[in-house]
Design a protein around this ligand. Structure first.
Ligand code: GLY
Length: 349
């Protein structure tokens, strides 16, 4: 390894739709749910339905290849390629101009190496491009046109990422932005503007030798200013892996995760001895604190984490008893859904 590379290595290191909050209750007691862990384990930041879709191919890939990186990539690719998911990859929700721009990152514990892409257009599987940045370059992050050129250099084919469903959702949003511009929504009044969603998926895994890897992939904030980069491709924000400790990933409002180095914070709290559940809750509380308290928070973030033992944690800022944040994992005992905790209870309209 060349000295600069070595230096860099040393340094490195709900689907969450926005609800309309109409009622906030404070002082919720959130019991810490503990569960004995085991490895190997692969988890994702989704519940039953997307959890099964993502983890079934991931677990199968692991059984065949014994490569935890191949396994989590196979899982993340499923979500990226599925147009039914409007927050990741193909069919993701576009930016202000109607263009889908994808962010993704990957990190591998044994080498403490990582790679990411930001603002990648026309490529359905950005996490696979991020993996190539990690494995086939001396860089950590590529963005925009350079990331696209790099993907094409490696044989990726440009495709239109905007599905009809995503285009119509974007058009209605644009038409409802203001009553003082020249666009009108259809007269049927079907579309009800909501807070703009973000959605993302984290896929984390530990192999039978205790080696840890993680991926985060997203189309980012719906209607974002073109060029906006969220937390997902930023190592330490949307994803962090430390082979001695564990891994963490974030979904939700990326700006808050960036300014708290959220996933790095979760992993460092686990290093200090916190259970993954406590560490995820700690990061949520930190975001609430820097925003001036629970009364000031009208967005959501969610963290998932796994420690070296294969114990998991999951916490969000907002939620309710019917919509607890959750994650799904697969270990030698099979498929599980794990219900996490939230800090602020909200009712959804
Ligand atoms: N967490 C995804 C984003 O904010 O872009």
């Amino acid at each position: 390894m060349n000295p600069r590379r070595k230096f860099l290595h040393t340094l490195a290191g709900a689907s969450l739709s926005m609800p309309l909050i109409n009622k906030i209750k404070f002082n919720i007691t959130n019991p810490i749910i503990t569960k004995d862990g085991s490895v190997p384990i692969i988890l994702c930041s989704r519940g039953e339905s997307w959890g099964r879709k993502t983890l079934t191919p991931a677990w199968t890939k692991y059984q065949v290849s014994k490569s935890i990186l191949d396994a989590i990539e196979a899982g993340a690719n499923v979500t990226e390629l599925d147009p039914e998911d409007m927050s990741v990859g193909y069919g993701g929700l576009p930016n202000e101009n109607g263009v889908v721009q994808l962010d993704a990152s990957v990190m591998y514990g044994p080498t403490h190496n990582c790679g990411s892409v930001a603002g990648l257009e026309n490529i359905k599987t950005p996490c696979s491009v991020a993996r190539l940045v990690m494995e086939r370059t001396d860089h950590m992050m590529l963005q925009g046109a350079g990331a696209l050129q790099f993907a094409k250099d490696h044989g990726f084919v440009e495709e239109n990422l905007l599905t009809e469903q995503s285009r119509l959702r974007w058009l209605r949003w644009k038409e409802n932005l203001s009553d003082q511009d020249d666009r009108f929504p259809p007269r049927d009044g079907q579309y009800k503007p909501r807070k703009r969603p973000t959605g993302t998926i984290n896929v984390l895994g530990i192999d039978e030798n205790g080696n840890i890897a993680g991926i985060t992939t997203t189309s980012g904030l719906f209607g974002k200013i073109p060029g906006r980069v969220g937390d997902s491709p930023i190592i330490g924000a949307g994803l962090y892996v430390d082979n001695e400790v564990g891994a963490a990933g974030a979904t939700g409002r990326g700006e808050e995760v960036i300014r708290t180095c959220g996933s790095f914070l979760v992993v460092e709290k686990m290093r200090d001895g916190m259970h993954p559940q406590e560490a995820c809750e700690y990061a949520c509380k930190r975001i609430i604190q820097i925003n001036g308290g629970k009364e000031k928070v009208d967005f959501n973030d969610k963290f998932v984490a796994v420690n070296k033992k294969g114990e998991v944690g999951c916490a969000s800022i907002i939620g309710n008893e019917n919509q607890k944040p959750n994650l799904a994992y697969w270990n030698k005992e099979g498929f599980h859904v794990y219900a996490g905790t939230y800090q602020i209870e909200v009712d959804r309209n």
